[in-house]
Design a protein around this ligand. Structure first.
Ligand code: HEM
Length: 510
């Protein structure tokens, strides 16, 4: 009995000690938050919703209402100027739209990708996702080594060789649309172009035929689930502690595992082919295998590293391009005054490719108006809407002293829609990107800028041009009235309606 009392006594003392420690830690954390506030509060910014959570409640409200946080960034950029402050717990994030600071930070390898986001993309709810691959690597040397190895798979010489894949996969979409046009049907474009871009990346990057327009596959859903998981993991620090989110988190982990399992299988198949002396393409998969180094005795970590890059290319190489194509169709069909441009762009396509079935690499260079249309689409609808960097050392932005120890956030959505940079920003006007028009000065960066800019920029533009040119060559499409032009934020931006079109054969192509 006495022992029992003694144990109970110890336990309650221990508990009290633990609670006191927790309380002291909490007070310490609050003091640290206060210190961060004092350090950065001279930078203009919206009033905090709460001392502890900072501006998070505003973001939760937007997310709960299926809103677009980038709209808030736009509003704050316009209200508080070229650099404004956001607080999330002890983190300080600066929204930067100042072109000179954008140039200084994004163009230099001194400013690494920010740790907060990189960590959350590296592991999704405890499951390795993008790991330490090309997109998330923060250490310059580690990133540069990977980038140097991947670069040849994106050289113009190699991309030229992908024209066959771009044409062939886009042709399958045309066949599908032709059936719809025969039946005078309506089609939702986004899911269809999603299949095409996924088919293209699987074939061009990994040498695998998926044919998603005609067969079902778990990949589109898995990618969507991972992207959603990314958004929650980044924007809601407490998401995983809420029991009601457990089933979704399980789904996200399973989706990550599916992508990584698929990668492991495809890498295994490719390695076997290499060992058998088969002729294998010098594609992204071959380069991914090279990034892991010493092929004979690859370690578990090397394997994981290859899978990081596999997942990065599978996701980065698909979703953003599909959304670009869907937004482009939406933009062309949306305003009656654009009809004129529609005629202009169709004429350009007719002049350059006529009745030819397949486009050549040189044709793409001649489709200058289509290039302008795609650039303008990405100005209003940047499908990967921003990037961020750590600011380690003190600096000055727009005359404001910025102490080191914060994150700089660059929203191409906000910059692209600011009156200050683009007159009548919501007017879709491809003339802004006419070759003779002045180039936007560090306020337009849908593919990011500098050393960490998108590796697949040319790949994506070529693919989008092939799909759009074939579409314009063969069909007249109009948007079904009454659909919303709202956006959905799934990590990347996509059109909420899915872009519902009525589609008809063009007279000459029947
Ligand atoms: C319209 C289509 C696309 C858009 C708008 C886009 C946009 C971007 C942006 C903004 C970044 C920087 C991300 C960040 O800083 O966190 C990025 C990085 C990247 N993108 Fe893209 N992307 C597109 C298509 C592609 C394609 C097709 C591929 C591959 C086939 C690709 C591969 C990559 C890679 C590997 C990176 C990381 C580069 C590095 O850090 O070295 N992207 N992309």
């Amino acid at each position: 009995m006495a022992l029992w009392h003694l144990l109970l006594n110890w336990a309650s003392t221990l508990l009290l000690l633990l609670l006191s420690l927790l309380f002291v830690a909490f007070l310490g954390f609050c003091a640290y938050i206060k210190y961060k506030h004092m350090k950065y509060d001279h930078i203009p910014g919206p009033p905090r919703d709460s001392f502890f959570f900072g501006h998070s409640p505003t973001f939760f409200k937007i997310m709960e209402g299926d809103g677009i946080v980038y709209e808030k960034f736009l509003e704050w950029s316009e209200t508080y100027g070229p650099v404004y402050r956001i607080n999330l717990l002890h983190y300080v994030i600066l929204g930067v739209s100042c072109p000179d600071a954008t140039k200084e930070i994004l163009m230099s390898s001194k400013y690494t990708k920010d740790e907060f986001i990189a960590n959350r993309l590296s592991n999704l709810f405890g499951q390795r996702f993008l790991g330490n691959g090309l997109v998330t690597a923060r250490d310059h040397e580690q990133w540069y080594k990977q980038r140097r190895i991947m670069d040849p798979a994106f050289s113009s010489l190699y991309l030229r060789g992908l024209m066959g894949t771009f044409n062939e996969r886009a042709e399958k979409l045309m066949e599908k649309l032709s059936d719809e046009a025969d039946n005078k049907g309506n089609v939702k474009m986004l899911p269809l172009v999603n299949c095409v871009t996924l088919d293209v990346i699987a074939k061009a990057a990994f040498g695998v035929d998926l044919d998603l327009l005609n067969t079902s596959s778990p990949f589109p859903k898995a990618i969507e689930t991972c992207l959603k998981g990314m958004v929650y993991s980044i924007r809601d620090a407490f998401f995983q502690f809420n029991l009601k989110n457990r089933p979704f988190i399980k789904e996200v982990r399973e989706a990550c595992r599916l992508l990584r399992r698929t990668g492991a299988q495809w890498i295994h198949d490719r390695k076997t082919a290499i060992q058998n002396g088969d002729d294998v393409p010098k594609d992204i998969l071959t380069q991914i295998i090279k990034t892991a180094g010493k092929e004979e005795n690859t370690t578990k970590e090397d394997e994981e590293f290859m899978l990081d890059n596999f997942v990065a290319f599978f996701i980065a190489g698909q979703e953003t391009t599909a959304n670009l194509i869907a937004f482009c169709i939406m933009s062309l069909g949306r305003h009656p005054d654009i009809l004129e441009r529609y005629i202009l762009i169709q004429k350009e396509v007719d002049d350059v490719i006529g009745m030819k079935m397949d486009l050549s690499y040189d044709d793409l260079g001649k489709l200058t108006y289509l290039t302008q249309v795609l650039k303008e689409t990405l100005r209003i609808y940047p499908t990967a809407p921003g990037t961020s960097r750590d600011i380690i050392k003190d600096m000055v932005i727009n005359g404001i002293r910025i102490p080191g120890g914060c994150i700089a956030l660059f929203s191409s959505y906000a910059s692209g829609r600011m009156d200050k940079f683009f007159k009548d920003p919501l007017t879709f006007d491809p003339e802004r990107f006419h070759p003779d028009a002045p180039k936007p000065y560090y306020c337009y960066y849908p593919f990011a800028l500098g050393p960490r800019a998108c590796l697949g920029k040319n790949f994506a533009q070529m693919e989008a041009k092939v799909v759009m040119a074939k579409l314009l060559q063969r069909f007249d499409f109009t948007l079904i009235p009454g659909q919303t032009f709202d956006l959905v934020d799934t990590g990347s931006l996509r059109p909420k309606s899915g872009v519902l079109c009525s589609i008809r054969h063009r007279k000459h192509s029947q």
